[in-house]
Design a protein around this ligand. Structure first.
Ligand SMILES: O=C(O)c1cc(C(=O)O)c2c(n1)C(=O)C(=O)c1cc(C(=O)O)[nH]c1-2
Length: 251
């Protein structure tokens, strides 16, 4: 097999963008939500499980900062934590997601308790946080580059959900709206780091593999939700109809 060649920064950016073919926007669970085919339970399941991703993003970003000796990078990166946690009088993304939960009929305590978080979702999200803890900071930083494809997915929800799901309260959409500009800004910084850091064939190939790892995380979360909410096969369904799986963070 021929060895891959060193790509120019433009070619490398194109190669990263090409991975959008595997973004979770193409997952059948996501397509069903987009097409108005999701039930109320499926939307609620998605919102409650994705909340675990939302609450772990700041832990992931703090882990990256903990490993990053470059103050200029940290100055920019800290904004991501503030975006989700909020600061001063401004609520952050986590609060906005709790409002999304309320808009789809879920009490905020249900989201905060993590009682609906499926083990498969938990393991996938934990893998992301743990990768960020252990990886070279540039690699961990660039694993956020699935956000290249995120503005499109947030916009598609804003375009389609209000038409299909008239029972969802309008205030719930604030999170998606806010991320349109935040994700674009994050990606600009992330891409800048990736193009500067990946100056060898090995680093470029490894970064593409890391991006695929992150895509796998997002896809696997939806696979777990498909089993539970679309195929009616939640964990232990052959044994019990009770949600007996573990609920707490053990890592
Ligand atoms: O709703 C989505 O489909 C989606 C996907 C992603 C992503 O691509 O990782 C993120 C988000 N949303 C998001 O809201 C968000 O804050 C976020 C942060 C990150 C990251 O890796 O640091 N990804 C994402």
């Amino acid at each position: 097999m021929s060895q891959p060649a060193l790509m120019t920064p433009e070619q490398f950016e194109q190669a990263l963008r090409a991975r959008g073919a595997y973004y979770h926007i193409h997952h059948p669970y996501h397509i069903a939500m987009h097409n108005g085919e999701a039930t109320r339970e499926q939307i609620q399941g998605w919102v409650a499980n994705r909340f675990y991703y939302q609450t772990n993003i700041p832990l992931k970003d703090a882990a990256i900062m903990a490993n990053c000796p470059d103050a200029q990078t940290r100055r920019k990166w800290v904004q991501r934590i503030l975006d989700h946690d909020g600061y001063g009088d401004s609520d952050g993304g986590i609060e906005a997601w709790l409002r999304l939960g309320e808009a789809v009929g879920l009490d905020r305590d249900v989201l905060l308790s993590e009682q609906m978080v499926l083990p498969g979702v938990r393991f996938a999200v934990d893998a992301y946080v743990n990768f960020a803890r252990r990886a070279v900071w540039q690699e961990a930083a660039c694993s956020s580059l699935t956000e290249l494809f995120a503005p499109q997915i947030h916009q598609s929800r804003l375009d389609s959900w209000p038409q299909h799901y008239t029972w969802i309260e309008e205030e719930g959409y604030g999170y998606f709206r806010g991320r349109l500009s935040q994700a674009r800004r994050d990606v600009e910084h992330g891409l800048e780091l990736a193009l500067e850091y990946c100056n060898t064939v090995e680093k470029q190939q490894r970064m593409l593999e890391i991006l695929q790892f992150k895509l796998d995380i997002l896809w696997t979360m939806l696979d777990a939700m498909t089993m539970a909410y679309a195929l009616d096969r939640p964990p232990y369904h052959t044994v019990t109809d009770q949600p007996v799986w573990h609920k707490g963070k053990l890592l």
